[in-house]
Ligand binder design. Structure first.
Ligand code: GCO
Ligand code: MG
Length: 402
């Protein structure tokens, strides 16, 4: 079998997605997600201008060789753009391989280790009462695990705390929104939120929270300790993790489980965090961590260190990434949880999919491949719209983490 063409599509059915489609001389095709929120065109160009010419006429079954050709052969290794491009090609080749074997992808990985995939979704509100109601609505929809975020008094809108629904849609302005942050105002708010959530919804529902990298290690240790009475499923992205040592301080002070890794793109971003068991869940996902070839290696490395998987699955990864994640989730022995913040019908119309949701669990389906397709005609109706994630400043104007 030979690769005869590779097309790169940028479409915006409510938010931007980058999709790769690989065509072969035997009529089989495979699709991969190359979406990098706010830098989509960089990945599209990396693929179109630099990767595609090198892959034509190659054997698509040699996905391992192609992965190393794109990683080692690029010389300039790692990074979000490079690894999203490699991920998209890799995901498409695994899709193709599974279709050629007439199997769902999870069977090629080693078969199902469970019957269904526990997932969590988002709920938020500007006021604690709104967030409590939003979590209740998610529980009504059958979710067993919910991430709760809330607005901070004295601060204008904080990312991810507006009204519930699909987050990460294309921004209405085409330049990054500037947000304001105060850790001092944030810190007392979150224990108050989870006290209300536990009082309203009891102990059984898994509750999660995401700090989006905004704390220092000692602040994160304080928050994790303050949240212990509410037994969170996890506290996510407390501090930027370039300095993996920082998590040692948090670990020393609290038993609140820690999750990190949605922005990681190779094992090197999390090797110390995993082997020193400084975290409990690794959030690397297909589209940003190099595709199934690389992600299953990170997952297995985590597995020997008591770390469980928790693939990132916000709406800024396309349904192709979610679909591929679900096959890894069904197979991986040390599975933790899958994020599923949901998509609009408009988004899903461009990406016909085999996965199903029922009673708080997902299943990838048994269609050959990863079970997600791409409707080029519909995609063409939604041209790219430049959009960015916000930037974050402290009240004194300091450009801060997020
Ligand atoms: C998550 C993420 C989202 C991010 C988004 C950034 O855990 O789902 O942190 O909340 O904002 O994925 O592109
Ligand atoms: Mg997150």
């Amino acid at each position: 079998m030979k690769i005869t063409d590779i097309k790169v599509f940028v479409t915006c059915p409510g938010r931007n997605f980058v999709t790769v489609k690989v065509y072969t001389d035997q009529g089989l095709t495979g699709v991969g997600d190359a979406t990098l929120n706010g830098r989509e065109l960089a990945v599209a160009s990396y693929l179109k201008d630099h990767v595609v010419p090198c892959l034509l006429d190659r054997d698509p079954m040699r996905s391992e060789d192609i992965w190393h050709y794109l990683y080692r052969g690029a010389y300039w290794r790692r990074g979000p753009v490079t690894m999203a491009a490699i991920a998209a090609i890799d995901t498409a080749l695994w899709d193709l391989k599974a279709k050629a074997a007439n199997m769902p992808l999870y069977q090629l990985l080693g078969g199902a280790s469970r019957d269904r995939v526990l997932c969590y979704t988002h709920a938020q509100g500007r006021e604690i009462s709104e967030a409590v109601d939003a979590v209740g609505a998610r529980i009504e929809q059958g979710y067993k695990a919910v991430r709760a975020q809330v607005g901070i008094p004295g601060l204008p809108d904080v990312y991810g705390t507006g009204s519930s629904g699909v987050t990460n849609t294309a921004a209405d302005s085409d330049l990054p929104k500037e947000e304001v942050w105060s850790t001092a105002k944030y810190m007392p708010r979150i224990p108050a939120l989870f006290e209300e959530l536990r009082a309203a919804h009891g102990a059984d529902v898994h509750l999660l929270h995401d700090t989006h990298h905004r704390l220092t290690p000692i602040e994160a240790a304080r928050l994790a300790k303050d949240l212990e009475p509410y037994r969170l499923f996890w506290l996510e992205d407390t501090v930027p993790a370039e300095n993996q040592d920082g998590f040692r301080l948090i670990r020393q002070h609290s038993t609140t489980p820690l999750a990190v890794g949605e922005v990681f793109n190779t094992i090197w971003d999390c090797k110390q965090l995993i082997e020193e068991q400084l975290i409990d869940f690794i959030r690397t996902t297909c589209v940003h961590a190099g595709g199934p070839t690389a992600l299953r290696r990170i997952m297995d490395f985590a597995g020997v260190h008591h770390v469980r998987t928790a693939c990132h699955g916000a709406a800024d990864m396309s349904p192709i990434c979610l679909g591929a994640n679900l096959h890894l989730d069904l197979w991986v022995p040390n599975f933790g949880i899958q994020e599923y913040s949901g998509y609009t019908d408009e988004m899903l119309s461009v990406f016909p999919h085999a996965w199903t949701f029922s009673d708080g669990y997902l299943h990838p389906g048994d269609a050959p491949g990863h079970g997600v397709d791409f409707d080029e005609t519909l995609a063409d109706k939604h041209p790219y719209q430049r959009a960015y994630l916000p930037v974050n400043r402290l009240e004194d104007g300091t450009l801060w983490h997020w």
